[in-house]
Design a protein around this ligand. Structure first.
Ligand SMILES: C[S@@+](CC[C@H](N)C(=O)[O-])C[C@H]1O[C@@H](n2cnc3c(N)ncnc32)[C@H](O)[C@@H]1O
Length: 189
């Protein structure tokens, strides 16, 4: 798929796809770019190298991103500085940072450790504006056909419980797309 982004970002995304914890799928980024126009308030939980945050900030969105890995934070900061993008990067664990934030955000992109999604859901809901969208990545990681490897049972259970919580919440209307490892798009009604 063709993303409407500068060559520098596309090159970095291509290289980052072979790293551990890669950026989101092209289709997911296109979806996020469709949601985040000028002035949109975006919160990204799990910023990685900052490539998605940078792509959204380039569209004029106001982006706050959380990342706990020091080396990735450094690379993300270098990228934001190189491209002169005013992304607010909060370094640390989302479990400690989320309760300290005040919303509202129009879009929240949940893309950190999947075992924590369920735990972070209440804060995401609190921080999301009415009419806003929660985008949760990798929700089909082990939800497609086939056996879940024994080592992954706990992770699969956590993702399943998160999806139950999300789809059972009457304040959200959720659709799941098969982009990458699956993405849940939940509109706050
Ligand atoms: C898949 S990568 C994020 C990719 C990024 N969202 C993108 O699209 O470019 C997941 C990131 O979440 C970070 N992470 C995982 N759990 C976290 C937590 N509890 N708090 C903050 N960051 C976390 C990891 O260090 C990793 O960099």
């Amino acid at each position: 798929m063709q993303l409407d982004l500068p060559a520098r970002i596309l090159t970095l995304r291509k290289a980052a796809k072979s790293e551990k914890d890669p950026p989101c799928a092209d289709e997911t980024l296109a979806l996020l770019m469709g949601l985040a126009g000028a002035g949109t308030r975006v919160l990204e939980v799990g910023a990685g190298l900052g490539l998605t945050a940078a792509s959204l900030a380039m569209r004029g969105a106001s982006v706050v991103a959380i990342e706990r890995d020091e080396a990735r934070c450094m690379r993300a900061r270098e990228l934001f500085s190189e491209l002169s993008l005013p992304v607010t990067l909060l370094e640390g664990d989302a479990g400690s940072i989320l309760p300290t934030l005040e919303g509202p955000f129009d879009v929240i992109f949940l893309d950190c450790a999947k075992v924590q999604y369920r735990r972070y859901f209440a804060d995401c809901k609190r921080l999301l504006a009415r009419g806003g969208t929660l985008v949760s990545d990798d929700v089909l990681l082990f939800g497609r056909e086939g056996e879940v490897p024994a080592k992954r049972h706990m992770l699969a259970r956590h993702i399943g419980e998160f999806l139950e919580l999300l789809t059972g919440d009457p304040d959200f209307s959720t659709e799941i797309y098969e982009y990458g490892e699956g993405v849940a798009v939940s509109k706050r009604v």
